[in-house]
Design a protein around this ligand. Structure first.
Ligand code: UN1
Length: 514
């Protein structure tokens, strides 16, 4: 077979061969007897592999392995758990090029972005190693003499991770690396649109856990569609469900987990805007907007979907953007001369076309017209042209997250109005302002400024570093993953009061003598 980018060698280096099944409790791959998912590359339309979905029985087998493993894993001192995660990070360093290539080929993002995604995994492993010695609780002064109070953090148990196709490996690792050092075990359901990337990761980590006496149960992979997501969400043996994906999916997960009073950590849709003020460095603003809007073919939850531009610079930004878009090279994501790869599948192309139709029906005007690319190199039918439309913020389609490279331009007069427009959508993930004016920047970051979980100055909306807490407000779901103190979501807090006196005084000065 013609294999210009060496995909087969990368698959081989990652340990993936035709005997791979699908779901796994560690080193053991389970045969569920259930049907297979095809993993087709949106890059060239080729079938990469068939991956078997899990059955309810497989699910049960995995849950029981995970429960058994948790009993033992939680007793390993956290810094030792960190040592194991350090080895995972080191292994990822070794396979960075191969895994980055698989991510790029299976999901369609550029090879550079595939490498960036694996780098995020390496970074979170490093972060987790440090964290394994810093799972700090507070101490408090007791109001009672001879008493001591403190809090400590214990692991939760099984963490369910439901991840999306657009970051097929990094978002899992944000959750898993933290969960492991916290003493939890994980069950991961990757997107059924990118299952091989999940299998590759399971190979990498399962070997390392096995080497340290955990052949099964600490890292579990379960392949399936929404039905597996439902099993996880309803299962009270899974105290935390971390789900990344659409707001529609998140509402279902949140409801199911909430009904059993479990915890959910939701990272859902974004509708991210960059405000470009008249004081912006326009070279920087154009570059930031360009990568924000077309990176990952507009399929990041942090993708820039709206540009809110001050009237005095509006025409200039519009024409410079149109020129920048005319230079974009679209094509196979593994070919490094291309800037933009394909959408994930035909459904995504359909949604892209519907959005373009709608924005025009609502009165939007094309600045750069969209369309599906055909012909040589575009046989998969998933390649589309990044598009720009002048629009109004209140348009129904502008209020909606379309996972595609469609950028809406919106004009404003004063900053207050711009901030109101930026906040005037149901989602609240990421936001940015481009300005060299300190007053504008600070107003944007103030309590009356952006209502998003991420607010940037002079960088775009995407490309967050792992060290910060990642997530957003409103329909984005409120969860925080990755850096800062996000680890607390993966543990339970226990408050301890110890009386070392010979008296038994009651709190609040209550007298109860007999
Ligand atoms: C996502 O799209 O779900 O901030 C995650 C970014 C990446 C992560 C995106 N670091 O764009």
């Amino acid at each position: 077979m013609n294999d210009p980018f060496g995909i087969h060698l990368s698959l081989k280096n990652l340990g993936i061969h035709s005997t791979n099944l699908g779901s796994s409790t560690g080193l053991t791959w389970l045969d569920s007897g259930a049907s297979y998912f095809s993993s087709d590359s949106p890059a060239d339309g080729q079938l990469i592999a068939q991956v078997q979905g899990a059955s309810e029985d497989t699910y049960e087998a995995i849950i029981s392995q995970a429960s058994v493993a948790f009993e033992k894993w939680r007793l390993v001192p956290a810094p030792h758990r960190g040592e194991i995660v350090r080895e995972i990070g080191n292994s990822l360093r070794e396979v960075k090029a191969d895994l980055g290539k698989l991510v790029s080929y299976e999901m369609g993002k550029s090879y550079q972005e595939g490498l960036g995604e694996v780098q995020e995994m390496i970074d979170i492993c490093d972060f987790a190693v440090g964290l394994s010695r810093q799972l700090y609780g507070l101490t408090m002064h007791s109001e009672r003499p001879g008493h001591r109070m403190y809090e400590q953090w214990h692991p939760l148990g099984i963490v369910g991770i439901i991840s999306a196709f657009n970051f097929p490996v990094a978002v899992w690792s944000w959750n898993a690396a933290l969960a492991w050092v916290c003493g939890d075990v994980c069950i991961w359901k990757p997107s059924e649109k990118a299952p091989l990337s999940g299998i590759a990761c399971q190979y990498i980590v399962a070997k390392i856990f096995a080497k340290h006496g955990f052949p099964e149960g600490v890292s579990n992979l379960i392949i399936g569609d929404y039905r597996i997501g439902e099993l996880i969400s309803h299962d009270s043996r899974v105290p935390l469900v971390s789900a990344t994906g659409s707001t529609r999916m998140g509402k279902l997960v949140g409801k199911a987990v909430g009904e059993r009073l479990g915890r959910s950590l939701l990272e859902l849709g974004g509708n991210n805007a960059i405000i470009i003020t008249e004081h912006a460095d326009l070279d920087m603003a154009i570059r930031g907007a360009l990568f924000g809007a077309v990176g990952t073919a507009g399929q990041r939850c942090t993708t820039t979907r709206r540009l809110i531009i001050q009237a005095n610079v509006y025409e200039e930004v519009k024409s410079r953007l149109a020129t920048a878009y005319s230079k974009l090279v679209i094509g196979n994501p593994l070919d490094e001369k291309n800037h933009v790869g394909p959408l994930i599948d035909q459904d995504a192309v359909k949604n892209y076309l519907i959005a373009i139709e709608r924005v025009k029906a609502e009165g939007g005007k094309a600045v750069v017209e969209g369309g599906v690319l055909a012909g040589s190199g575009f046989e998969s039918g998933c390649y589309v042209k990044p598009a720009i439309y002048e629009a109004e913020n209140h348009f129904e389609i502008v209020q909606h997250e379309t996972f595609a490279p469609i950028l809406y331009l919106i004009k404003y007069e004063n900053l207050q109005e711009a901030i109101a427009l930026q906040n005037g959508v149901p989602q609240g993930l990421s936001s940015a302002i481009m300005t060299t004016n300190m007053r504008e920047a600070e107003a944007f970051l103030s309590v009356a400024g952006s209502d998003c979980g991420i607010a940037n100055v002079n960088i775009g909306t995407s490309g967050a570093e792992i060290g910060g807490a990642f997530g957003g407000e409103k329909e984005t779901g409120g969860g925080r993953e990755s850096g800062s103190d996000s680890w607390k979501a993966y543990m339970r807090r226990q408050t301890n009061t110890i009386n070392y006196s010979s008296q038994l005084p009651l709190a609040q000065g209550i007298k109860f003598d007999i």
